[in-house]
Design a binder for this molecule. Structure first.
Ligand SMILES: Nc1ncnc2c1ncn2[C@@H]1O[C@H](COP(=O)(O)OP(=O)(O)O)[C@@H](O)[C@H]1O
Ligand SMILES: [Mg+2]
Length: 281
């Protein structure tokens, strides 16, 4: 019987080196983001999660290696093509002063417009759908800079959803949200993923949310990917001790049967910051 060769995924990094000026954050990193799955990235503060998402979304040019989107070097693709295909929710985003929630969400439609095309009924519908999905409809006319942290976060999520890209890269989408809004947003991402097959990559800090929602977990440490696979394979006490410096017990989640992590105590302070090195001049 012939073995079929798996198709390469639509978004992948091939031996990339990520750096800011002369600071190398991660070297020789390769990763395939599985199409149509919900991937969660976890790792200590400063280990390079945001830097990886920026690299995968073309925001940060890699020092070497290549990010491929649909088999093509992402830096050789037109910005508008990339934006139509892939939406990024950055970890820290600053809205233009005074912009309303509606106008921020509207910006998610920019990649779909050209000089010739007018604002269409389809654009309008996408914005309204995104506002409804994030429960922001009633706040649509409010200036973003007058909202609470959680509401502001949902306004940004609305912008990314309005983009209607088939790949979503979400950097800490649930930070600042109360527990109900965290769960409703994660449920929404899970639903978009399962119903519409949108490839979703989210950085989360809550390991049990990662365990519950992820098809695949990527664990980063010191600018490297140290594990990548289904939660049950990845979330072991050994890995949690090694990466986070936390002693933990892993039990079966009484709700869905997956792994559930109960932390016992910290065994050491995680070496959170990626070991950066200065390049030789
Ligand atoms: N714009 C930047 N310029 C220089 N160094 C940066 C910049 N952004 C992040 N870093 C550094 O890169 C490393 C990884 O950061 P980041 O990817 O934001 O980590 P994480 O998202 O995992 O918390 C950290 O040491 C951080 O200080
Ligand atoms: Mg980050």
């Amino acid at each position: 019987m012939s073995q079929s060769v798996p198709e390469p995924s639509s978004l992948r990094a091939d031996r990339i080196t990520m750096a800011y000026q002369d600071r190398i954050i991660g070297e020789d990193l390769s990763v395939d983001i599985a199409d149509g799955r919900f991937t969660v990235i976890i790792g200590p503060n400063g280990c390079g999660k945001s830097t990886l998402l920026r690299s995968l979304s073309r925001l940060l040019r890699t020092r070497s290696g290549t990010v491929y989107l649909d088999g093509k070097d992402i830096h050789r693709s037109r910005a508008q093509d990339v934006a139509g295909r892939l939406g990024l929710l950055p970890q820290t985003a600053i809205a233009p002063p005074g912009i309303t929630v509606f106008d921020l969400a509207r910006r998610g439609r920019y990649p779909h417009q050209s000089i010739l095309s007018r604002w269409s009924a389809q654009d309008e519908a996408a914005v309204h759908r995104a506002l409804a999905q994030t429960e922001m409809t009633e706040l649509a006319d409010r200036p973003v800079d007058e909202l609470s942290g959680g509401q502001r976060q949902r306004a940004w999520v609305a912008m990314v959803l309005a983009q209607e890209s088939s790949i979503l890269l979400l950097d800490e989408p649930t930070t600042f949200l109360d527990v109900a809004h965290q769960i409703s947003l994660l449920d929404l991402f899970a639903q978009l993923n399962s119903d519409e097959g949108r490839t979703t990559v989210a950085v989360l800090h809550d390991i049990n949310h990662a365990a519950r929602y992820a098809d695949d977990i990527i664990v980063m440490s010191h600018g490297r990917i140290v594990a990548h696979g289904p939660p049950v394979d990845v979330l072991t006490p050994e890995l949690l001790a090694e990466v986070f410096g936390v002693e933990a017990v892993v039990i079966d989640d009484p709700v869905n049967g997956g792994p559930h992590i109960i932390t016992r105590h910290r065994t050491r302070i995680p070496a959170s910051v990626a070991p950066t090195r200065e390049e030789a001049p």
